[in-house]
Design a protein around this ligand. Structure first.
Ligand code: F6P
Length: 548
């Protein structure tokens, strides 16, 4: 694909970056005490504050010029029109159709997908309600009490993250469990103490060939057959996939097969029947609210001018740091314990999408692309890695997420949580001056010699950037909005970097090599020809350890 010329906006940004070199975020606030007013956007349920960044109005205007030059609007239109935006797999990426609540036509390859989407959504939600209400029962005639989702990557991270995020909305009669790792400990630990006769297994796999999922599904099947007999499989299992024949071959009947389509990427499949475990937990009405949340962001993303478009701003700010300041990482710190898995979810969404080094034409990309995404909930993060953010040599921009009110928690504790979140973004921005440190130490009566020794350790420059997402409560609708904001952010970045964000060829090699090595690991006598000396040495030593 031809690359449009970005040299002018890039040059303008580089020049501006040099001008901004010495300007601190604190200076920007001092110069413009009303800065917050211009550097935040209030969406439906989420306020996005981007005032604590190393940018001013000129920066924003230049970044928006870059987005225009990269034809973000045209590519956004192509995305929603169901054009092939994933050329290496010759597919559209139409996950927005899954949260289209009006049913208005959406085309993939010229065909309206909405009739199929609505039919499958109805089927999945009706099944979810029946399981939830005990209408659909187990092989022993009992209501299900435990739901075990078996899947990995996009077939696990979305529902697992959302089930925790929305746990106050999950029926008290149900427990949701997630098994992903091929490490048998994962399945064994989840099944410990579960009554298999009251457990529904959902096998989630877009391809229905993924090693981890198929291995865990076979093991779970074996456990059910051993305890309840072969005939129990029909009642205790259901599946979500794009591969109906493979699902049927596993022994799952038609009314328990929930389909989606190859135009849904794994990492954006939470909106499809991959969300079945979540839908069983929170019920159809709340699941639809979750979808509606995502849909409101689609409308905003489509309609808002780029300068006030939250996913576009999120993308541009990250590009500003990645490409003009050389910041290699981006942290996500939810001050919301139930969003504990949100950073992991975003790791797949962002790093599997934009972890690329060639552009759409196959040419090497000159600039840096996707940053390293990581995070943990606050306040725990404060007692782990935030020290490096405050005083380390790396600068790591942060996304803070925080609710005004707890969904189901102590309000006093929640106030402390919010205060800590605000304190961290302020501390990152301000730092602590040497004068302040010295004055405090003097105030405590410290001798001058001690003050001189301690001051350099206790003072730090601040000027560390962050965004804050503030919402009333972590409801299904708000969660839908947050996820969709990040999805579109990742897409906008891919447009500017001119990469295919919907493929993931890099993970294939590891899968192939694992398949080649599996028999060599299993059979102690298998020859280790053709392997590098490290792999040979490790396998040989492992064989010795197993013998001893
Ligand atoms: O990690 C690679 C990947 O292909 C992801 O993109 C995907 O979400 C995951 O594996 C699981 O794939 P499947 O849903 O086909 O089992």
């Amino acid at each position: 694909m031809d690359r449009f010329d970005l040299s002018e906006p890039l040059y303008a940004l580089e020049t501006h970056r040099a001008d901004m070199g010495e300007v601190t975020i604190a200076d920007l606030f001092a110069k413009d005490p009303e800065r917050f007013a211009d550097f935040h956007v209030e969406l439906d349920d989420v306020l996005f504050d981007f005032s604590k960044h190393r940018l001013d109005r000129t920066t924003l205007a230049l970044l928006v010029d870059l987005a225009h030059a990269a034809k973000v609007e045209e590519r956004r239109a192509a995305l929603f029109a169901g054009e092939i935006v994933n050329p290496t797999e010759a597919r559209p990426a139409l996950h927005m159709a899954l949260r289209n609540m009006s049913g208005a036509p959406m085309l993939a390859g010229g065909v309206d997908v909405m009739p199929e989407v609505l039919a499958e959504r109805r089927k999945m939600l009706a099944f979810a309600e029946d399981v939830r209400n005990g209408v659909i029962r187990s092989t022993t005639g009992e209501a299900f009490t435990d739901i075990v989702n078996i899947g990995i990557g996009g077939s696990d991270l979305g529902p697992a993250m959302a089930a925790q995020a929305l746990s106050p909305f999950v029926s008290p009669h149900l427990r949701l469990h997630f098994v992903a790792n091929v490490d048998g400990a994962d399945l064994a630990d989840r099944l410990k103490g579960l009554a298999l006769e009251r457990t529904l297994f959902i096998i989630c796999s877009k391809t229905f060939t993924t090693l981890e999922t198929m291995t865990n599904a076979a093991a779970a099947r074996g456990a059910v057959v051993e305890k309840l007999g072969e005939a129990a499989i029909a009642a205790q299992f259901c599946a979500v996939s794009t591969a109906p024949n493979e699902v049927a071959a596993f022994g799952i009947q038609d009314d328990r097969r929930f389909l989606f389509w190859d135009w849904v990427g794994g990492r954006t499949s939470i909106w499809s029947s991959i969300g079945l475990s979540l839908a069983i937990g929170i019920g159809a009405a709340q699941f639809e609210d979750f979808l509606r949340g995502g849909e409101t962001i689609d409308r905003h993303f489509l309609a808002a001018p780029l300068a006030g478009n939250v996913p576009v701003l999120m993308a541009l700010i990250e590009i500003w740091y990645r490409n003009f300041w050389d910041y290699a990482a981006q942290a996500v710190i939810p001050y919301d314990q139930r969003l504990a898995r949100f950073p992991a979810y975003l790791q797949q969404l962002e790093m599997e999408s934009n972890g690329k080094s060639v552009d759409l034409s196959g040419a090497r990309i000159e600039s840096a692309t996707g940053p390293i995404i990581f995070g943990e909930p606050g306040t725990n993060a404060q007692h782990a890695f935030l020290q490096l953010f405050h005083q380390g040599t790396e600068i790591v921009p942060v996304d803070f997420l925080v609710a005004a009110e707890p969904t189901a928690a102590d309000p006093h504790q929640h106030n402390l949580l919010v205060a800590n979140c605000l304190a961290q973004s302020e501390a990152l921005m301000r730092g602590r001056t040497r004068e302040d440190v010295e004055a405090r130490l003097r105030g405590q009566g410290a001798p001058e010699e001690k003050i001189a020794a301690l001051a350099p350790h206790k003072a730090f420059a601040g000027n560390r950037p962050s965004s804050t997402f503030l919402y009333k409560q972590l409801t299904p609708r708000v969660l839908g909005q947050l996820i969709a904001l990040y999805e579109h952010k990742v897409f906008v970045q891919s447009v500017i970097w001119n990469i295919d964000p919907f493929d993931q060829w890099g993970v294939e090699l590891g899968k192939e090599l694992a398949l080649r090595l599996a028999p060599l690991v299993a059979d102690d006598r298998a020859a280790l020809d053709g392997l590098d000396s490290s792999t040979v040495g490790l396998i040989a030593h492992m064989r010795k350890l197993k013998e001893g």
